[in-house]
Design a protein around this ligand. Structure first.
Ligand code: DX5
Ligand code: ZN
Length: 244
């Protein structure tokens, strides 16, 4: 063997997948809708990374919120990305409108229709990042054949429809399994519902890197947003070994 040549080492067997960056996503559902644009601006200046927008239709979930026109109206309130969480069925007829409104991520529910794979492909064809959400009672097996077509997997940690509900802890076990399924694929894992500074560490340790928080961010009004976001971020970063 030529000793002047660098030795080649075999690839590591089963290396730990690299951690994807941590992002905190304020959910505007918990904000003051009478000044929505100002709330987007305030909460993102306070340190939010991505705006989380909950679209509800009164059919897939028992609540109604807002649609593409409202998202378009608040798009100019920040330069940061918009994550549009569609709790609507059907979703496909509205994907283009949500893309044009300024969404960067569009997430559809696996339970919202028979053709979620088609929805993910349609979102990517619109030039947006495609997300698939699963309710607390939906097993991760529905994701198995969607992994090549998804940029984001959202594990609901409450039953969708309302803010301010309690975090459903058994979902963390599912998040761990999703993390293992995803492996090294470039897919972000999002948890949504009841996330607080008290459970953010567990979410991060389970493998979630997108943490959505509504009540825990907006409690106390605008002067508390930065402190609230920092508390969630700090807990998650410590769990990830990125802060002491
Ligand atoms: C629930 C929504 C969540 C909700 C989170 O259906 O998808 O985004 O607003 O709010 P909190 O953090 O208050 O549970
Ligand atoms: Zn949501």
């Amino acid at each position: 063997m030529d000793s002047s040549r660098p030795r080649c080492y075999p690839a590591r067997i089963n290396p730990e997948p690299a951690m994807r960056p941590l992002k905190i996503l304020p959910s505007m559902l918990a904000s003051d809708f009478s000044k929505l644009g100002q709330e987007v601006s305030d909460v993102m200046e306070a340190g939010g990374d991505i705006v989380h927008l909950d679209v509800m239709d009164g059919h897939f979930v028992p609540n109604i919120t807002f649609g593409p026109d409202v998202i378009k109206a608040i798009r100019k309130a920040t330069d940061k990305p918009f994550d549009t969480h569609l709790m609507i069925s059907p979703a496909d007829p509205y994907l283009e409108a949500f893309a044009k409104a300024g969404s960067d991520y569009i997430c559809v529910h696996a339970e919202a229709g028979p053709h979620v794979h088609r929805s993910l492909q349609a979102i990517r064809a619109l030039g947006k990042k495609a997300g698939v959400a699963v309710n607390p009672g939906t097993p991760e097996s529905v994701l198995e054949y969607l992994l090549e077509d998804a940029d984001l997997i959202l594990a609901m940690t409450v039953n969708p429809g309302f803010g301010g509900q309690s975090f459903i802890r058994p979902v963390l076990e599912k998040v761990r399994r999703i993390r293992d399924m995803v492996g090294d694929r470039p897919i972000d894992i999002e948890v949504d519902g009841g996330v607080t500074a008290d459970n953010a560490a567990d979410c991060a340790a389970a493998g979630a890197n997108f943490l959505v928080a509504g009540s825990a961010v907006f409690k106390g009004g605008p002067n508390a947003y930065a402190k609230n976001i920092e508390a969630i971020r700090r807990a998650a970063l410590i769990a990830r070994g990125e802060m002491v």
